[in-house]
Design a protein around this ligand. Structure first.
Ligand code: C2O
Ligand code: CU
Length: 511
């Protein structure tokens, strides 16, 4: 499909207002709905899913240490917009096709409010999943200011629900952030990036199965999905008119499988100020930033030296990452365009502070346990390749039970051939290092024989993370403290096609 680029203005995602107060705190009701929305100038309106009439959903703005209550209300129709594979876990033919549960990604919340994959519910709560316990979620916001995002997490159909549009941003603010004097107001913009494909009539396209098809399974889950157009905030390849000054962008990769390696066509640097879990210690000046599904990047771009220029935000990440197809420079190689066409409306007093945060490193010697956890490729009963964590399926007995308050090191041993962005609910972690190892030797003996030195995380990964890229042929060590709640949480690959096809495990924090 040959769609013109940069013909639609970037939508600024609205901020949702609470409907009132409950128990003395702000109370939100956010409705999940199906509606039509214009995604590109040359398309008729596309049927999408979204929240409060928006795809992507509106942004929730919260303040540190101020609890809010949110009721996610399922007003979706009975029919799914996309092909549901009923052979994968949790999506069996006896389950309602349209069911949702919303997870606040990166949120420090109790298990009952975390959006457990089996805590789904249908329109009007007519049918609820086995782990459904409550309608109204508590988000305490007892965490550093940062960009989180929310999205559907229903077992077995997360890839379809998110692709249909059930995702949005969630911003936590605090006074420290305010004192940093970063660009704010209309100069602080969230960019939610998602790839999509379309049918000729402008309707959303999602494959019914892989090529060649799987005998006897239709629709079938696909190993991964890569759309040939890139949307930002719900528009295909949008543009943004900017002033010659500094802007702060909160970038969320909300794509199913696609990694982005972003650059500016003007070759100017980004100033990355934050990661998934908050500010870095100091800004990292960087020309290219890699963002896997689920990861967030907080960054400043300074347009002041580029009056009159049109600058394209490009993507150069192969798919699958890192050994897949190189990008097509006409399509997936583009994300959006900045036009430095506006006049400066007032002096730019914002700064890029030298010091942003203090991050105290967690020490491996303080760990109560170190766990070796494999990422391994297997074949399911239909002959489809799929991936497992620790060689176990979602429904296998729980084997990871960290003690509340304890520190653990998890060594992710990637035996597969692509990078998997591993996300752990509840906790923020630090990346200790990555090290190459002999995969064949491990497969034969179950022992790690490293083949090179351990490498520290990239400069822009040396902050709090909730999603880490585990590269093929490498062990990736992360360290975290299991606080402040006990109970059951998932950890999984954030490539949604993998997550839906068993690359997800529960873990339980015990006391
Ligand atoms: Cu962004 Cu468990 O998910
Ligand atoms: Cu994966």
């Amino acid at each position: 499909m040959n769609l013109s680029k940069f013909v639609d203005e970037l939508p600024i995602i609205p901020i949702v207002k609470p409907v009132g107060r409950m128990d003395g705190v702000s109370y939100y009701q956010i409705r999940l709905q199906q509606f039509k929305q214009k995604l590109h100038r040359d398309f008729p309106e596309t049927t999408v899913w979204g929240l409060e009439g928006n795809y992507p959903g509106p942004t929730i703005e919260a303040h540190r240490n101020q609890l809010i209550k949110v009721q996610w209300i399922n007003e979706l129709p009975k029919r799914h917009l996309l092909p549901v594979d009923t052979t994968i876990h949790g999506a069996e033919p006896n389950k309602p096709r349209v069911r949702t549960v919303i997870h606040l990604h990166g949120g420090v919340v109790q298990p009952e409010s975390d959006g457990y994959p089996d805590a789904w519910f249908t329109n009007g709560y007519k049918i609820v999943g086995p782990d459904f316990t409550r309608k109204i979620y508590d988000y305490p916001n007892m965490q550093r200011s940062t960009t989180l995002w929310y999205h559907s997490h229903a077992i077995g159909i997360t890839r379809l629900n998110v692709y249909a549009g059930l995702a949005g941003a969630y911003v936590i603010r605090d006074p420290e952030e305010k004192y940093l004097n970063l660009p704010k107001g209309k100069y602080e913009i969230t960019l939610l990036i998602q790839d999509r494909s379309f049918n000729e009539d402008g309707s959303l396209y999602y494959p019914c199965g892989p090529e060649p098809p799987v005998p006897g399974v239709c629709p079938s889950v696909v190993p991964d999905f890569f759309g040939d157009t890139i949307l930002v905030n719900g528009k295909v390849w949008p543009y943004l008119d900017v002033e010659p000054r500094k802007y702060r962008f909160r970038v969320v990769n909300g794509s199913n499988s696609r990694f982005y390696s972003i650059r500016l066509s003007s070759n100017q640097p980004f100033y990355q100020i934050g990661t998934d879990g908050g500010f870095l210690e100091s800004p990292v000046v960087i020309n290219e930033i890699l963002i896997a599904p689920g990861e967030r990047v907080d960054m400043i771009i300074d347009f002041s030296e580029h009056i009159g220029e049109n600058i394209v935000l490009t993507n150069n990440a192969p798919s699958p990452y890192p050994r897949g197809n190189p990008v097509d420079v006409d399509t997936e190689g583009n994300i959006m365009q900045f036009r430095v066409s506006k006049n400066l409306s007032c002096y730019d007093y914002s700064i890029i502070p030298f010091k942003l945060n203090t991050i105290i490193p967690l020490q491996a010697r303080d760990a109560r346990l170190e766990r070796n956890l494999t990422l391994v490729r297997e074949t399911d009963r239909y002959g489809r390749a799929f991936l497992l964590l620790d060689d176990k399926r979602w429904d296998d007995p729980i084997t990871i039970k960290p003690l509340l308050g304890s520190i653990e090191v998890w060594t992710l041993i990637n035996l597969a051939n692509s990078t998997h962005p591993i996300h752990i609910h509840l906790v923020n972690f630090q990346i200790l290092d990555r090290q190459p190892f002999d995969v064949d030797y491990y497969n034969e003996t179950g022992e790690i024989k490293t083949t090179g030195p351990a490498v520290l995380p990239d400069l822009n990964e040396r902050g709090w993370k909730d999603t880490v890229r585990a590269n093929p042929g490498e062990i990736t060590r992360i360290i975290m403290r299991f606080v402040p709640y006990s109970g059951l949480y998932p950890w999984h690959c954030h490539i949604l096609e993998h997550e839906d096809h068993e690359m997800m495990r529960p873990y339980e924090i015990i006391t």
